[in-house]
Ligand binder design. Sequence first.
Ligand SMILES: Cc1cc2nc3c(=O)[nH]c(=O)nc-3n(C[C@H](O)[C@H](O)[C@H](O)COP(=O)(O)OP(=O)(O)OC[C@H]3O[C@@H](n4cnc5c(N)ncnc54)[C@H](O)[C@@H]3O)c2cc1C
Length: 448
Amino acid sequence: MNDRFDITVVGAGLTGALIAIMMARRGFSVEVIEKRPDMRKHDISAGRSINLALAERGIEALRRVGLYDEVSRYTIAMHGRQVHDLDGAQNHQPYGQAAHEIVYSVHRGLLNKTLLNAAEKAGVQLTFDQSIHSVDLEQQVLHLGDSDVDGQHAFNVLIGADGAGSRIRAAMASYRGFDVHEDLLDHGYKELHTPPDSSGEFRMEANALHIWPRGGFMMIALPNSDGSFTNTLFLANKGEPSFESIAANSNPASFLTDQFGDAVALIPDFVEQYDSNPVGLLGTVRCPQWNDGGRAVLIGDAAHAIVPFHGQGMNCGFEDCTTLDLLVDAIGPHWPQVFDEFEMMRKPNADAIATMALENYIEMRSDVADPGYLLRRQLERELERRHPNVFVPRYSMVMFHKIPYQDALSRGAKQADVLRKLTDGISTLEQVDYERAAKWVERELTPV
Ligand SMILES: Cc1cc2nc3c(=O)[nH]c(=O)nc-3n(C[C@H](O)[C@H](O)[C@H](O)COP(=O)(O)OP(=O)(O)OC[C@H]3O[C@@H](n4cnc5c(N)ncnc54)[C@H](O)[C@@H]3O)c2cc1C
């Protein structure tokens, strides 16, 4: 037993690297086993999206391990959504109204490397190029390589941070006999790269998340610190239009120029990029159980992969790390209790953000261009101004506050209902009955 690490983490992605740092800082001996090569030494993509929206919950976790100052050197502030109409007209929709209500675009690879360096510095042993094939939870043994008889590796306590296709989750499900629900979205995504201009400057407004909402589908673009943007097309996999129908047409150019003319005008080789970049899958993983007594626990996407439309997958995984760290601090290494409490606290919240993330796809791809939606957004900002910290838009609760996701979901549902009632039959803010609104707020909401 003594030659085993106190804690074995599987997966050196964003969540695995962060939890390893937190646990090592608490004095545990920690190892991380990762199937891919070390991205600091090899030119490999960090996987999936190139950049990510970093918000309050993620920032809080990075602050906790003293890394936010370093990370903030390569983030780009996004103050709101820059919406591009079909005719090329643009309008800016701010995210919040307080100065700190900013979402940051962060490069996944740079962030992951920062976390790996910090993990190593904290004394974590990192092992790369080592894939976990399966887990014997009873014997507390990991099987490395390609089969159940290959290399055996004993563990004391296992943290499964091995992402949406988690092997640790699969082992837990088969050992405990529960079903995992993996709902694949019928839409996928494809990334394109908008380079900087010849002077190295951004070709569009830098401090915004750009959206081209087109009803059933959309493109977005997030800025990178080198002056480029990463554009992502979200579209149905099958049907009309879809990735399949575009491929059948053998000419993506006409679809892209018709729908996103001003975006692709900034990408000289957009046809080549479209042809060579893969279509990524999106989905939601709902796992009924996240821990196996005191032996193993799941965190991040391994426990709760969600669709990316609220920009919260990583933020939620980082909040998992904060919660686990706080529990270890409060309870000590009494793992059965720590893991039980962790699951109890986090699972309802993960379910809530999964729901909100799916809802946000409709908001981004279609509502942002709807006058009724825009009036409701204006009204929620006005109500927030009149009732600060009591009426808080749902988007802000998720992105700029740390209130539990499940509270954001339930408060948001109540608020959406009253916003609809208050804007029913009117078209401007001046027509709103603010007395009625104030009475409702007083009756229904407590401060966040
Ligand atoms: C298109 C897209 C856009 C997104 N945008 C955002 C955003 O804006 N904001 C946000 O917060 N989130 C976003 N997300 C979600 C975010 O990417 C994930 O939530 C986050 O990467 C989860 O981190 P993780 O460490 O839990 O899992 P992962 O990042 O998947 O890391 C898992 C690690 O485990 C390793 N691994 C897997 N299997 C094994 C094995 N058998 N043995 C050993 N190692 C293994 C993998 O190689 C990987 O390094 C987005 C996701 C997508 C797809």
